[in-house]
Design a protein around this ligand. Sequence first.
Ligand code: PMP
Length: 364
Amino acid sequence: MASRVINFSAGPAKLPTEVLERAQKEMLNYNGLGISVMELSHRSADFTKIITTAESDLRQLLNIPDNYKVIFKQGGGTGQFSAIPLNLMNFKPGGTADYLVTGTWSAKAAIEAEKYGKINKVVPKVSKYTNPSTWNLNPEASYVYYCSNETIHGIEYQYIPETNGVPLVCDMSSNMLSRPFDVSKYGVIFAGAQKNVGCAGVTLVIIREDLIGHAMDTTPVIFDYKIQVGNNSVYNTAPTYNIYILGLVLQWLKDNGGAEKMEELSAVKSKAVYDIIDNSNGFYYSPLDKSCRSRMNVTFRIGCQEGDEALEKLFLSEAEKRGLISLKGHRAIGGIRASLYNALSVEECMALVTFMQDFLEKHQ
Ligand code: PMP
């Protein structure tokens, strides 16, 4: 087998090697059953154990209060862009919601929600991130929606927005479990698993109890939180293998210091990369205000503010020769993006930092 390279992909992203090895070991014969998890009924006792353990590990890792329910669903983050308005838009009369639009993913969620209600788009200027009082939030809104980490632009909130009692909904797909946070500040939290908590195919949703049961009559059964919660995520065939992998990642997180440790490590990793950028005399360029730079997805240009595309291409090909892959920025904004999720170790991140330093010295 070719040795494994260092994967900076934004998602699906690197998984902890221990998780892959365990899955490999259990692939043909799970728990002495003589079959794979993939071949196990979603209603069997063994799968029930997998899903209930995943839920209790998640509850422990995030300190989830008892009045919150957890479901594991298909449909990805994009499915939740629809599920959120379908379940919550009618929570208050008037059917309106505020959407904080800070990048591609919150913008897409707002466009989807417009099908189901009246949407007030609030666009906080990146440089004004630290001043939420300037936002024009509607106190009568059914909910306020935001994306805590915009994966494409590399923008991350370093605080929880204050909504003065209006339920707060968060897309945490790309920074889930990268730091501890107070779940009780939220109405609904969702996260596609394929970045920080598992592989593509399952989305976890954490919902405050009083927000369940307000779905529009036309809500597809698969998106109705009341039905999914009432059936412990197995109303229909759950994405069993994805939930199993997610469970292994949660176990790995517990074994490796949980969200507190991930926060500490992500600070070390992201600081090392941003330091190179900031000390490069503009050779590496980040357009973002420091207060909203993502610890998970570091985006930058090379050569000049607009990016010298030939130099960026060279950077990517030389990086690949050193076994550093998937550093290309999203096609929407170009440039470079280094994703530093939980599974990426400090040593692996430092291999990128060393490469960036060498590249700088050679091409500055
Ligand atoms: N939200 C965020 C923050 C994302 O990064 C992504 C995908 N990268 C999505 C939502 C959409 O998720 P999915 O592709 O699982 O529908």
